[in-house]
Design a protein around this ligand. Structure first.
Ligand code: CU
Length: 147
């Protein structure tokens, strides 16, 4: 009986650790800086979530931020096309196939999140997360590593 209880407890704890691995907290500020330079995504997660908070004070129109995921090679083109898409599209061209996932644009004090399926990512590919607010992508980005 004790043995079964131990297995049961292990299963619950194991699941907990698994869930924690599948999300990460990220912030961005008025200095156009993200709090992380790198995010590691385990392939074993069914879904991965980046919970983002703009901890700045400025409004969305002046210093809005979002989180877009794409290959490093596509980043600048995605960001450039996003400028003409405008704030109503979160500065991401609608149906842009180069974009793996993106969040809405948020202003100071606001939160958003972006979810995607790690199964869609390839080992060895260079992915990045970045902000597509006009002019931010060259400063606000980090590496998205697939483990
Ligand atoms: Cu930004």
């Amino acid at each position: 009986m004790k043995k079964y209880l131990a297995i049961f407890a292990f299963a619950i704890l194991g699941q907990q650790a698994f869930a924690d691995e599948c999300s990460v907290a990220l912030t961005g500020n008025d200095q156009m800086k993200y709090s992380l330079k790198e995010i590691t995504v385990p392939k074993s997660c069914e879904e991965f979530t980046i919970n983002f908070e703009n901890i700045g004070k400025l409004p969305k129109t002046a210093m809005g931020h979002n989180v877009v995921i794409a290959k490093e090679a596509d980043k600048m083109a995605v960001a450039t096309d996003g400028i003409s898409a405008g704030v109503d599209n979160s500065y991401v061209k609608p149906k842009d196939e180069r974009v793996i996932a993106f969040s809405t644009i948020v202003g100071g004090g606001e939160k958003t999140s972006v979810k995607f399926k790690p199964a869609d990512l390839k080992y060895g590919e260079n992915y990045q997360f970045f902000c597509s607010f006009p002019g931010h992508a060259s400063m606000m980005w980090g590496k998205l590593l697939v483990r």
